[in-house]
Design a protein around this ligand. Structure first.
Ligand SMILES: NC(=O)c1ccc[n+]([C@@H]2O[C@H](COP(=O)([O-])OP(=O)(O)OC[C@H]3O[C@@H](n4cnc5c(N)ncnc54)[C@H](O)[C@@H]3O)[C@@H](O)[C@H]2O)c1
Length: 326
């Protein structure tokens, strides 16, 4: 789909009231930027656990609530005011592995609290739940489509799937307009390597930028489907605005399988550096060998295709990092 067409569709958010939970985080702050760009009235709810006001530096015209999605009173007070709720607040995979109870209470409990508070809302047009392709675990077939076998291998994938299930059940049982998007390795602007939970791309960039070789866990032959954040955010907003998406689930990725070795090579070529890659042991969470998504469903139903090649997305990410690293 042509980029301008996307933006024209997204202008239907103009003057709507939108809540972004986790809006001070990496993906959330990019969701906030695009919503403001298309004229929505945006409120961010974030407890700043991994998020930071810095992610929204220079952004004008939104309201900020520092708060927890598990705060019953707060959620009940505010939930009914919004036309759209983008629910991104979550504890990430590393926290989840260290503290599964915390993960359970935020990722499942927080999602349930929001949905319960929305049951009587007359205003809600869509609740958008941001899930993860980690729920597919090690897939039987590639590329993975939305109907493939679920195979949870980490507490994080248990909790992200739990949130999905509640979003689905509230659609089926209470007619709440929900949609689920499953992200695959999102990277890009606002993903700070100084955040210890940052993904592989941020970590590689930080190393290469300092003239050091990227450190690879395992043999580097493991593969992922890396999605540039602007693409992921456009797809998420399209899923929110489209009437055809209600009650549905969409993979968001590129359909391109990239090994960690290749990723490191592309990044080094952007920095015009040629170094020997360094290898260390796998971590507990490195239990997925191959991953690439089938994105036919979102292409056909929502007319969305990614706009950024890996190289272009990485160039933009490096550019952002070099401007902001201080
Ligand atoms: N980045 C990815 O590659 C990726 C992949 C799959 C799924 N996702 C999902 O996308 C969403 C955003 O992820 P991200 O990468 O931007 O992570 P992030 O950690 O940068 O953002 C999460 C935000 O939620 C906030 N938060 C956490 N717990 C909260 C709570 N109890 N109450 C209020 N706010 C809370 C954090 O402070 C942070 O700002 C998450 O739901 C995540 O599971 C991300």
């Amino acid at each position: 789909m042509n980029k301008d067409v996307n933006i024209n569709i997204l202008r239907n958010y103009k003057n709507t009231k939108v809540l972004v939970t986790g809006g001070a985080g990496f993906v959330g702050s990019n969701v906030v930027r695009l919503l403001l760009e298309v004229g929505a009235h945006v409120t961010v709810l974030d407890d700043l656990f991994t998020g930071s006001p810095d992610n929204l530096k220079g952004v004008q015209g939104y309201s900020f609530i520092k708060g927890d999605v598990r705060d019953d009173k707060l959620i009940k007070d505010i939930a009914g005011q919004f036309d759209y709720i983008f629910h991104l607040a979550a504890r990430n995979i590393i926290i989840s592995t260290k503290n599964p109870e915390e993960d359970f209470s935020v990722n499942i409990g927080g999602t349930l609290k929001l949905l319960l508070a929305l049951k009587k809302s007359k205003k809600l047009k869509k609740f958008i739940y941001t899930s993860s392709v980690s729920i597919y675990g090690n897939p039987h077939y590639l590329p993975i489509n939305e109907d493939d076998r679920i195979n949870v291998l980490t507490p994080y994938s248990v909790s992200k799937l739990g949130g999905e299930n509640y979003a689905k059940v509230f659609y089926e049982g209470y007619d709440l307009p929900t949609v689920i998007v499953r992200y695959s390795n999102v990277y890009g602007d606002q993903q700070s390597p100084s955040n210890p939970y940052c993904g592989v791309i941020g970590k590689f960039i930080e190393k290469i930028s300092k003239g050091k070789a990227p450190l690879i866990h395992g043999d580097g032959q493991q593969t992922r489907d890396f999605t540039y954040v602007r693409d992921a955010v456009e797809a998420t907003l399209l899923a929110g605005i489209s009437e055809k998406s209600t009650g549905d689930i969409f993979n968001i990725g590129t359909g391109i399988e990239v090994s960690i070795n290749t990723l490191a090579e592309v990044l080094m070529s952007i920095y015009k550096k040629d170094m020997e890659l360094e290898y260390i042991d796998k971590r507990d969470i490195d239990n997925i060998r191959r991953r690439v998504l089938n994105i036919e469903k979102i292409r056909q139903k929502l007319k969305w295709v990614p706009q950024f090649t890996l190289k272009r997305g990485l160039e933009k990410t490096v550019d952002w990092y070099e401007k902001h690293k201080k």
